[in-house]
Design a protein around this ligand. Structure first.
Ligand SMILES: Nc1ncnc2c1ncn2[C@@H]1O[C@H](COP(=O)(O)OP(=O)(O)OP(=O)(O)O)[C@@H](O)[C@H]1O
Length: 257
């Protein structure tokens, strides 16, 4: 099991550990941690607005490794959400390539990308918010249903996800009976329930006070450490960037660091 290592790539730290000679299983781990989960290569995205073409992403390169937490920062309108939509297969690039688990995600049709999304990717986006008439438990159950997880596994998995986010005592509450931070934690439980390898989160702490934001980041650290998930999130908050393995700064559709 990985432990959270804060700064410096978690995957790199793990590969340091596996340098010890003679351990066959560790060599296998090393190989697997070094293959990127997601590779974004020379990606461009333009939109036609009336007779104009707006070039939003202008050549993006990024690699996301297993059990890594990366953050995207940048001013409003710099292109962060556009990039996250491409990484999650909600949209396709105008130019360039995106590999997911070594497969050419950008070439797949909507149906095939939807299949991968349901099984392998979790979203914490406004558009993927909680369903108001369902309890926390039922909201989490929904993502297992969508991922076609065997029904016999549901109860244990839902309970453990809600426990992980500290909400086991509120699992039968509906969203309006929960605070903003609690709702966000249900959204996290829902996003990780089907054991995705990639979690994408658009401004997950934006609406929260600093204490609640720190709690959410603690949950993210635990997920990365214990659930073998890689997280890519956007943020404007410099105080939480400390915990990232890497922060990409986006200015006007390109990374400047
Ligand atoms: N479907 C679209 N059609 C036209 N323009 C778009 C479309 N989607 C995004 N844009 C434009 O692309 C630019 C980048 O938008 P995007 O939402 O990616 O920025 P962002 O960095 O996530 O901003 P914020 O921090 O405010 O969420 C904006 O100028 C936006 O108007």
């Amino acid at each position: 099991m990985l432990t959270w290592l804060g700064r410096g790539s978690t995957a790199e730290k793990l590969s340091e550990k596996v340098e010890a000679p003679g351990e066959k299983t560790e060599a296998v781990i090393k190989e697997s941690v070094q293959k990127p989960l997601l590779t974004v290569r020379n990606v461009e995205r333009s939109f036609d607005v009336g007779s104009q073409k707006i070039r939003v992403l202008k050549g993006i390169n990024l690699e996301l490794f297993p059990s890594q937490l990366v953050m995207l920062r940048g001013r409003s309108g710099s292109g962060k959400t556009t990039l996250m939509n491409l990484m999650g297969g909600l949209d396709t690039p105008t130019e360039g390539e995106i590999d997911f688990n070594g497969r050419p995600f950008h070439t797949w049709n909507d149906d095939k990308r939807t299949e991968v999304r349901r099984k392998d990717i979790g979203f914490i986006f406004q558009a993927y918010a909680l369903l108001p008439l369902l309890s926390a438990y039922e909201n989490v159950e929904l993502s297992l249903r969508m991922a076609k997880t065997p029904r016999a596994e549901w109860k244990a998995r839902i309970t453990s996800c809600l426990d992980l986010v500290g909400l086991s005592k509120r699992m039968h509450h509906r969203p309006f009976e929960l605070s903003g931070g609690e709702q966000q934690r249900v959204a996290i439980a829902k996003a990780i329930a089907h054991k995705p390898s990639l979690l994408l989160a658009d401004e997950p702490t934006a609406e929260l006070d600093s204490q609640m934001a720190a709690q959410i980041m603690q949950v993210f650290k635990e997920i990365v450490a214990n659930e073998n998930v890689s997280i890519c999130m956007t943020t404007h908050d410099p105080t939480i960037m400390e915990v990232a393995d890497h922060v990409y700064e986006m200015v006007d559709g390109v990374f400047v660091k």
